[in-house]
Design a protein. Structure first.
Length: 308
């Protein structure tokens, strides 16, 4: 069991390390990485989600209960962080980084591990998890930016960022193709599958290229709070809610996986553009990327033994 988990994590860890080495060694010009990340986020990853949802057999998957378990656990931790903010003794912009670190997740790591553990069904379940987490996490984070950051976030801006998010659009399209039974036409299916196959290696290389452990030199207390929320409170809440709702097996495994992932590298971009604490966010991303290598196996073991 432990061996299978480590084998599933190995490709993600290896690609992140390779991306970091390529960036540090200047194998590619610095201008390459933003473009590669944009390609992965707007084209390749949506293709993977569309293909995974459109072609999956979800007849035996408790889709509604899985989505409810993920949504409830995110809402609980988001509310807890906001309620505890006065006791954290940190400023508003710093709190936005703590909040993002507590509830956002890295798609590329989650999809790679889910595919490594479960194959095609894992990608389909991961697509369901994405379709749940992305709109909820984005809504919560932008609302927190509107309340606590130095910048401004309007209701129209919040709505636009959610409905135009490429991962939400892709998940919705894949779900529609699944529900209607249309699937993907043979010629188009091969192209979408090929694009999706490229998403994870390129995305993880970009994660490694953006990794900067030196960014943690400030904000240790805030970083510790974000890690406690992400790696202790959120997995525990997910476990308890999955148990209460009867979510078991592969669905519970994917729920625990996605609620134990390090925060998204795109969190830094949000912090920079919406008035958050971008240097602190960079530190949280770096620390969580390292800590997740220890936490994810424990979360998956807990799911296998307690929710199998």
């Amino acid at each position: 069991m432990i061996g299978a988990i480590l084998l599933a994590l190995a490709p993600a860890a290896g690609l992140i390390a390779l991306g970091s080495a390529l960036k540090r060694g200047r194998f590619m010009p610095d201008e390459f990485w933003p473009g590669a990340e944009r390609l992965a986020y707007f084209v390749l990853l949506p293709a993977l989600l569309i293909h995974g949802l459109a072609t999956a057999d979800l007849s035996q998957v408790p889709v509604a209960r899985l989505m409810l378990a993920i949504a409830l656990s995110l809402a609980v931790i988001a509310a807890l962080l906001v309620a505890l903010r006065p006791s954290m003794r940190i400023g508003g912009p710093a709190f936005t980084s703590v909040f993002q670190g507590g509830i956002r997740f890295n798609n590329y790591v989650g999809l790679t591990v889910a595919a490594g553990l479960l194959g095609g069904p894992g990608i389909a379940l991961a697509a369901v998890a994405n379709a749940t987490i992305v709109p909820i996490a984005n809504l919560f984070c932008i609302l927190v930016f509107a309340r606590f950051a130095q910048g401004q976030a309007s209701l129209s801006g919040i709505t636009r960022s959610i409905v135009t998010n490429p991962l939400i659009v892709a998940s919705g399209l894949g779900a529609m193709l699944q529900a209607t039974g249309l699937g993907l036409p043979p010629g188009l299916e091969g192209m979408i599958r090929a694009l999706g196959t490229a998403a994870l290696p390129i995305g993880l290389l970009c994660v490694g290229a953006g990794f900067d452990l030196f960014a943690v030199r400030r904000g240790l207390r805030a970083t510790a709070i974000a890690c406690a929320a992400k790696f202790l409170a959120l997995p525990l809440a997910t476990f308890v809610i999955c148990m209460a709702l009867g979510v078991r097996g592969e669905a519970a495994l994917v729920a625990m996986l996605f609620q134990s992932l390090p925060t998204a590298t795109s969190s830094y971009i949000l912090a920079r553009h919406l008035g958050g604490d971008a240097p602190l966010m960079a530190g949280i991303i770096a620390v969580q990327t390292v800590v997740a290598a220890l936490v994810i196996p424990l979360a998956l073991l807990a799911a296998m033994r307690g929710l199998g």
